[in-house]
Design a binder for this molecule. Structure first.
Ligand SMILES: Nc1ncnc2c1ncn2[C@@H]1O[C@H](COP(=O)(O)OP(=O)(O)O)[C@@H](O)[C@H]1O
Ligand SMILES: [Mg+2]
Length: 247
């Protein structure tokens, strides 16, 4: 099986602080790959490196065999990398549909290949993610949990190969999280989309992910299936005594 995303030997330093140290991992096509670790482990920094917002000290990012290490964020987006942010970054004074349309117009402005019908695509994505009932509601009026789903919907409007989700369940209630997990699994199974999921809701990650990579103090601590991660002694040692939801 070839990887969709290959991250190899990525290191990042912030004025002496080593945020990532020689981290390598991959994401397989059509799978949900978890990236977990305690606060400050380097998860968001890794997403910034993958999406091109942050230049690493060293290391390479390869998508579908194409080396994007030197590519700007816009090129990476054109090649199929899309993301959400840990803090919500939606246009709160626009409706859900309008937020999706703005993202779709950006994709059309990539200027390559066929333009697509942004309105129809917004309808398709909203129905995939159960957002049809709030299509014309201002994002500002939505509960945080629902706004998180709108962020995912917006990330899908560029028709990505790989979507990076940074704590999509934070601010969601237990029921919303449950429903969100089901939606995400169905989306991946039905569409062949690939997801890299950063999430501190560990039960959700264990339930949802095909494979999991664990970061700890900027280093890759372990990689494996949920079962392997659950049984990994290094992971257990690192998190010994930590409440599960802080992992
Ligand atoms: N822009 C920045 N400047 C300086 N230090 C940063 C910056 N961004 C992140 N860091 C540091 O890098 C480490 C990893 O942070 P981050 O990637 O946000 O972790 P996580 O998302 O896993 O909680 C932390 O020690 C954090 O303080
Ligand atoms: Mg983070």
């Amino acid at each position: 099986m070839t990887s969709l995303l290959d991250v190899s030997h990525v290191s990042v330093s912030f004025r002496g602080t080593k945020a990532l140290i020689d981290v390598s991992f991959d994401c397989q096509a059509g799978q949900i790959t978890g990236l977990i670790g305690p606060n400050g482990a380097g998860k968001t920094t890794m997403f910034n490196v993958i999406s091109g917002l942050l230049k690493p000290t060293s290391g390479a990012i390869v998508l579908d065999g194409l080396d994007l290490s030197k590519a700007k964020p816009a090129k990476r987006a054109r090649q199929g990398i899309s993301r959400t942010f840990q803090r919500l970054e939606l246009f709160v004074s626009l409706t859900v549909r309008e937020n999706l349309i703005v993202a779709g117009e950006i994709r059309n402005s990539f200027g390559r290949g066929e333009r697509f019908d942004v309105g129809a695509e917004a309808d398709r994505v909203m129905s995939l993610l159960d957002l049809v009932d709030v299509a014309d509601v201002d994002v500002a009026a939505l509960p945080t949990g629902r706004a998180r789903v709108v962020e995912v919907a917006r990330a899908l409007m560029t028709r990505p190969k790989l979507v990076l989700l940074d704590e999509p369940a934070s601010g969601q209630s237990e029921e919303e999280t449950e429903r969100f997990g089901e939606l995400l699994r169905k989306l991946v199974d039905d569409s062949g989309l690939s997801v890299c999921l950063v999430e501190h809701d560990v039960p959700l990650v264990m339930r949802l992910c095909d494979r999991i990579h664990v970061l700890n103090f900027g280093e890759l601590l372990a990689s494996g299936t949920p079962e392997e991660i659950r049984q990994n002694t290094a992971v257990a040692d690192a998190y010994l005594g930590a409440p599960e939801e802080t992992i």
